[in-house]
Design a protein around this ligand. Structure first.
Ligand code: GLC
Length: 499
């Protein structure tokens, strides 16, 4: 009996061992099949995101064509080419105490700056950053949003120290950077055309945003005059020009993306007003809404767009900017996990949460230079709750970061070349030795080194010899200072001082 038991148990053990071996073999085969699928999905994605020179040149040309169309008539292009009413950029002579308020991303900033004229320039400046609660950004009301802003501004004004000087009897003045598409009615008024970048507050659309802010300031008991309403691109251009007279355009690469540049007034057919004194006008392109059949749009981009708060809009922005790069990565990883068991035989539940992968985390993974991709491993563990990622998995993640970021950076470079073409500055003219500077601001450009390097490399590839005369310059927080400078040049007291 004992023998029989032993015999049976031996047979059983043998069967179990055999079964496990077969299972392991099957799993290994399955895994190698699945890795094949992962690699196929990766290759397919890479091909669809490709931006060879020929394509980039088509994108740049399309940008130039759309710029012409948008300038020719209202609604003539997906590019709105908005007139900013800024026809005089800062000279350096600006003087006095000015405030700036910057709304356009998940944080908003208040700033005061003491301008000391040509000699002393920026004597002192102070900034405070406040993060905007999600429930204020979307689904609230105009009153909630603007009361939130006005309250923060009032608190900030109350902390003004003795080293800031407002001449007696004068009202404080403010430059309001409102980084959304606005139809300007004058330098200090304009109506919101639509929200972008995850903002959605219905009753502000179509309203004069300065009027709404003024009402909220009154409710907060704050006596400040809005002297200039500007887009962040326009603020950056103004701030850039203050430091460097060669600045001709500004680009924002942050939560969203956009560009502004100085246009000759006679090249703006839709401009029915008087020709500006200077013969120039800053145009806010709203290039985030650029669309062209040459853009390498994938099914991941299409799905992201359909499920976004603004479907069908800001397609270029959704392929480039900081709000979306991490989300594209999440979508590709999610598909790889579902269809090709990238992380084993489960799909991490966190991976199903939209926007859980933020672009700064993506940048940290992309910049990981350790042999075992430790940072990638930690991010996968901390954010997606993938406890034991293998090196192979981590490498796939890095390759995806590279594909997504290179596409975004290269498309931005093509956009900039489109602007240079419009201005006739994409080729060297005989005898001309003029440098042109593009001021760039935004965390994506500032902090995502691989994005920035790729953009700069691509500019060189696209421009060839001309590249030496084009400078891409980081304009750190140019938009805040720029708005204050524009408030100074549009101050109610300016004429008083000149006369
Ligand atoms: C979005 C806005 C635009 C802004 C850009 C950068 O594209 O529509 O106005 O300039 O983001 O912040």
């Amino acid at each position: 009996m004992g023998k029989l038991v032993v015999g049976v148990s031996v047979v059983c053990t043998a069967a179990v061992v055999c079964g496990v071996a077969v299972l392991l073999m099957k799993r290994r085969m399955k895994n190698s099949g699945e890795w094949g699928k992962v690699e196929a999905l990766l290759k397919d994605f890479e091909e669809k995101c490709a931006t060879p020179m020929g394509k980039l040149k088509q994108v740049a040309d399309a940008m130039t064509v759309e710029m012409h169309a948008g300038l020719a008539s209202e609604g003539g292009s997906k590019l709105k080419m908005l007139i900013s009413y800024v026809d005089n950029l800062p000279t350096g002579d600006e003087e006095g105490l000015f405030y700036a308020l910057d709304l356009g991303g998940t944080n908003f900033r208040v700033m005061r700056v003491q301008l000391g004229g040509n000699e002393k320039r920026i004597v002192k400046h102070e900034v405070k950053e406040v993060s905007i609660p999600q429930n204020v950004m979307a689904g609230s009301s105009s009153e909630v949003l603007f009361d939130f802003i006005a309250t923060a501004l009032a608190e900030f004004v109350a902390t003004e120290g003795d080293d800031f000087h407002l001449p007696p009897g004068r009202q404080r003045e403010l430059g309001f950077t409102f980084s959304f598409p606005v139809k300007q009615l004058s330098i200090a008024s304009g109506t919101l055309i639509k929200w972008t970048k995850g903002f959605s507050i219905e009753d502000v659309v179509g309203q004069d945003v300065v009027g709404e802010l003024a009402k909220a300031m009154e409710r907060a008991g704050l006596d400040v005059r809005v002297a200039a309403l500007v887009n962040d691109t326009v603020g950056t251009l103004a701030g850039g020009r203050y430091n460097n007279p060669d600045v001709i355009a500004a680009v924002i690469l942050g939560t969203g993306t956009n560009a502004a540049y100085v246009e000759r007034a006679h090249a703006i057919p839709k401009w029915h007003g008087l020709l500006p004194k200077s013969g120039e006008m800053v145009i806010n392109m709203e290039w985030g809404n650029f669309l062209s059949s040459h853009l390498p749009v994938t099914e991941y981009d299409q799905n992201l767009d359909v499920e976004s708060l603004n479907p069908g809009e800001q397609i270029y922005e959704k392929m480039i900017s900081g709000m979306y790069l991490g989300e594209i990565l999440r979508r590709v990883l999610c598909r790889m996990a579902k269809e090709a068991s990238l992380f084993g035989d489960y799909v991490p539940s966190k991976l199903k949460i939209p926007f859980i992968l933020r672009t700064p985390d993506m940048a940290a993974m992309h910049h990981d230079e350790s042999a075992d991709l430790k940072v990638v491993g930690n991010k996968l563990k901390d954010i997606l709750e993938v406890p034991n990622s293998t090196l192979k998995m981590r490498k796939i993640v890095v390759e995806l970061c590279d594909i997504i970021t290179s596409r975004g950076a290269r498309l931005s470079a093509a956009g900039i070349v489109g602007i240079l073409k419009k201005l006739g500055k994409d080729t060297l003219k005989d005898g001309e030795n003029q440098r042109s500077v593009i001021a760039v601001d935004g965390a994506l450009f500032e902090r995502y080194t691989k994005f920035r390097n790729c953009l700069e490399e691509t500019m060189k590839e696209l421009l060839g010899d001309t590249a030496d005369s084009i400078v891409i310059e980081l304009s750190n927080d140019g938009s805040g200072v720029g708005a204050a400078l524009l408030a100074a040049s549009h101050s109610q007291y300016t004429d008083l001082e000149e006369s």
